[in-house]
Write a protein that binds this ligand. Structure first.
Ligand SMILES: NC(=O)C1=CN([C@@H]2O[C@H](COP(=O)(O)OP(=O)(O)OC[C@H]3O[C@@H](n4cnc5c(N)ncnc54)[C@H](O)[C@@H]3O)[C@@H](O)[C@H]2O)C=CC1
Ligand SMILES: O=C([O-])CC(=O)C(=O)O
Length: 274
């Protein structure tokens, strides 16, 4: 029997040291079986001096388009506007890229073909969601519908393009307000930093045009709440998750943990879940 762990370590690079990137970098620095943190891309290195100085094994600091030179896996942890600049050079070099700004993938879907043509891979983490294993499995058969309802506290929605463009005042809400109802594709345009989860769900299931989502601004909740109903020929299931916001109120704490779990699976001897 071959021992998978006998091969050399996979080198991992991270683009962006915000709420998600710092936690993933720390986990790698502390040690994940078979993986090593090899490089980071940061917008403003001076801002991250203390964090970088605290790492046990300081990685190289590189521009985003050079991360694939120094890594086997490039993890995107930046705003979706940076997605192409991070993922394209990596998959062009045949590397794997982990995407968290999944909404940004819809306008850059040619990257999947680019990865395929060059032997690269694009891995979308479950992120702040739940149950993509079941959705993946149901999609092997026929899924009839996927419906999602997202409720976020006011701070988690401020500045979303849909709210700004439609001049919606959410600051003085006293009760929940339904802001949006439509496809995951349209939701990603209006709320690029809020509904990555809906896009991940859609890519696991029936696609961004058939996946339906409501987005609510809800002054009565303190967590980012996502509820999902799936109707398929193999099963009907409901899922819900209430995410504790991280220091970035738009981002649930579990998102970074999901990326760490995905990275662990790359070399783990025992893998659980699809
Ligand atoms: N898939 C999912 O379930 C979820 C995805 N997200 C998405 O993940 C992404 C990251 O989220 P957070 O860590 O909370 O954001 P954040 O705003 O805390 O961190 C982003 C970091 O990227 C850095 N950055 C920006 N441009 C850069 C560049 N050119 N080079 C290097 N660094 C650059 C910023 O300085 C910042 O430190 C966002 O797009 C967010 O919408 C967030 C929550 C859930
Ligand atoms: O953290 C969450 O609950 C979800 C989120 O922000 C996103 O999907 O972008």
């Amino acid at each position: 029997m071959t021992d998978q762990n006998a091969s050399s370590e996979l080198r991992v690079a991270i683009a962006g040291l915000g709420s998600i990137g710092t936690k993933v970098a720390s986990a790698l620095d502390q040690g994940i079986e078979g993986l090593a943190l090899s490089a980071l891309a940061v917008r403003d290195p001076a801002k991250h001096q203390a964090f970088l100085g605290g790492l046990r094994h300081p990685p190289q600091i590189l521009p985003i388009d050079r991360l694939g030179d120094a890594a086997d896996i490039v993890v995107e942890c930046a705003p979706s506007s940076q997605l192409r600049g991070i993922i394209e050079p990596a998959v062009r070099r045949g590397k794997s890229a982990v995407v968290v700004s999944v909404g940004g993938l819809l306008d850059n879907y040619d990257l999947v073909d680019l990865a395929r043509a060059n032997g690269g891979r694009i891995l979308v983490s479950t992120g702040a969601l739940i149950g993509l294993d079941a959705v993946n499995a149901a999609a092997i058969g026929t899924i009839h519908s996927v419906k999602m309802v997202t409720r976020k506290p006011i701070d988690g929605l401020k500045g979303a393009p849909f709210i700004v463009q439609n001049n919606i005042d959410i600051d003085n809400l006293r009760e929940p307000l339904k802001l949006f109802e439509g496809s995951a594709r349209d939701a990603a345009k209006g709320f690029p930093a809020n509904v990555n989860v809906a896009v991940a769900l859609s890519l696991a299931g029936i696609g961004p045009d058939r996946t339906q989502i409501q987005v609510w601004a809800d002054p009565t909740v303190t967590r980012n709440v996502h509820r999902i109903e799936v109707e398929a020929d193999s099963a009907r299931f409901s899922m819900s998750i209430e995410n504790i916001p991280s220091e970035n109120p738009k981002t649930g704490l579990i998102t970074a943990l999901s990326v760490i779990a995905l990275l662990r699976k790359q070399r783990a001897t025992l893998c659980v879940g699809t």
